[in-house]
Design a protein around this ligand. Structure first.
Ligand SMILES: C[S@@+](CC[C@H](N)C(=O)[O-])C[C@H]1O[C@@H](n2cnc3c(N)ncnc32)[C@H](O)[C@@H]1O
Length: 285
C-alpha cells in the first residue's frame, strides 16, 4: 500500500466516526508514524509503506476512533505558534486561550518595568507560562499547579523552549505557593459547571477532571483566586483569567466586588463570545 492509498483508507475510517477533520487527521497520524513533514508526505505519495508502518498507523487510527484526542496520540499541540508536549496528565491547550497570552503581552509592554513578575495559576502543560516567557523577555514567571503530573509536562516544555531559568514551577493551591510581588496574574482555571460536565464531548472527558471541573457554578476557584490575589497585588497589577462564554456577567460581578476600584473588562474571543476577564488595578486597592 502506498502513502496515497493509506491516506484514503484511514480518512474513510475516521470519517465514519463523524470527525469533520478526518482527512487532516489521517495526514497527521501518517506523518507522526513516518516522522515526516507535510511537504515530504506530498512528495512521497506514491511511495510504498512498510508493513510495520501500516500496522502502526492502523493502531493510531483505532485509538482515534475510540475518541482519544489527536493531541494525546501525537503527544504534541501547537499553541501561540509554539509546539508543546502534552499527555493525559494535562489539558490540551485551546486556541481561545491565546487571548489571555495576547492581552498579557500587550499589557506587559505598557507596564514600563525593568522586570515583570508573572504568575500563571493552573499552568497545566505550561502553554501560557512558556508563551509569556518567550514573548516578554524581561519577565520572570511562576507557574503553579495542583497536579504533579502537569508540572512534569510543564517542566519538559519550559526546557524545550529554553525557559528553564525564567519559569519557576510550584506545586500547590492557587496563589498559596507565591510570596513574591505579582505584576501580572494569569489563569485559565477549571471553570466548567458541574452540571455541564456530563454533556461534554467524549474526547474532552478524556482530559483530566481536575482541569475541567469548576464546581457548582464554575466560578468557585475564580472567586477564591481573586480573594487570594487581593492580599498580594500592588497598585499596578493586572489580573487576567479565562471564563466560559456564559460566565461574563457573573465573573465581572465577582471581580468588581473583590476589586471595587479596579477597571474590569470582559474580553471576547474570535467567535465574539465572552472568554476572559481583565482587571486593571491602576488605583490603590
Ligand atoms: C483548564 S486547565 C488550564 C491548563 C493550561 N493553563 C492551559 O490553559 O492549557 C486548569 C489547570 O488548573 C489546575 N488546577 C486545578 N485546581 C487548581 C488549584 N486549586 N490550584 C492550582 N491549580 C489548579 C489543573 O490541574 C489544570 O492543570
Amino acid at each position: 500500500m502506498n502513502v496515497k492509498e493509506n491516506l484514503h483508507i484511514t480518512s474513510q475510517e475516521l470519517m465514519k466516526t463523524g470527525s469533520p477533520d478526518a482527512k487532516l487527521e489521517a495526514e497527521v497520524l501518517l506523518r507522526h508514524v513516518l516522522k515526516i513533514d507535510r511537504a515530504t508526505m506530498f512528495r512521497d505519495l506514491e511511495e510504498n509503506l512498510s508493513e510495520d508502518n501500516v500496522t502502526n498507523i492502523a493502531s493510531l487510527v483505532n485509538r482515534r476512533i475510540q475518541k482519544e484526542p489527536l493531541a494525546y496520540i501525537t503527544g504534541i499541540k501547537e499553541f501561540y505558534g509554539l509546539m508543546f508536549e502534552v499527555s493525559e496528565g494535562v489539558l490540551i491547550p485551546r486556541p481561545e486561550t491565546e487571548l489571555l497570552v495576547e492581552t498579557a503581552i500587550t499589557k506587559a509592554k505598557l507596564l514600563k518595568k525593568n522586570e515583570i513578575n508573572i504568575v500563571d495559576v493552573g499552568t497545566g502543560s505550561g502553554a501560557i507560562a512558556v508563551s509569556l516567557a518567550v514573548n516578554i523577555p524581561n519577565s520572570n514567571v511562576i507557574a503553579i499547579d495542583l497536579s504533579k503530573s502537569a508540572l512534569e509536562i510543564a517542566d519538559e516544555n519550559r526546557r524545550t523552549h529554553g525557559m528553564y531559568s525564567r519559569i519557576k514551577l510550584r506545586l500547590g493551591n492557587l496563589l498559596e505557593p507565591v510570596t513574591e510581588n505579582i505584576d501580572i496574574l494569569v489563569s485559565n482555571p477549571p471553570y466548567i459547571r458541574k452540571d455541564r460536565l456530563h454533556s461534554l464531548q467524549e474526547e474532552v472527558l478524556k482530559e483530566p477532571m481536575l482541569a475541567l471541573d469548576g464546581g457548582e457554578d464554575g466560578l468557585r476557584l475564580i472567586a477564591e483566586l481573586l480573594t487570594q490575589a487581593r492580599e498580594r497585588m500592588d497598585s499596578t497589577s493586572i489580573i487576567l483569567f479565562e471564563i466560559d462564554s456564559d460566565q461574563g456577567i457573573e465573573a465581572s460581578k465577582i471581580s468588581k466586588n473583590t476589586f471595587p476600584l479596579g477597571d474590569v473588562t470582559v474580553l471576547k474571543d474570535l467567535n465574539n463570545d465572552d472568554r476572559a476577564v481583565l482587571i486593571e488595578l491602576n488605583t490603590s486597592i
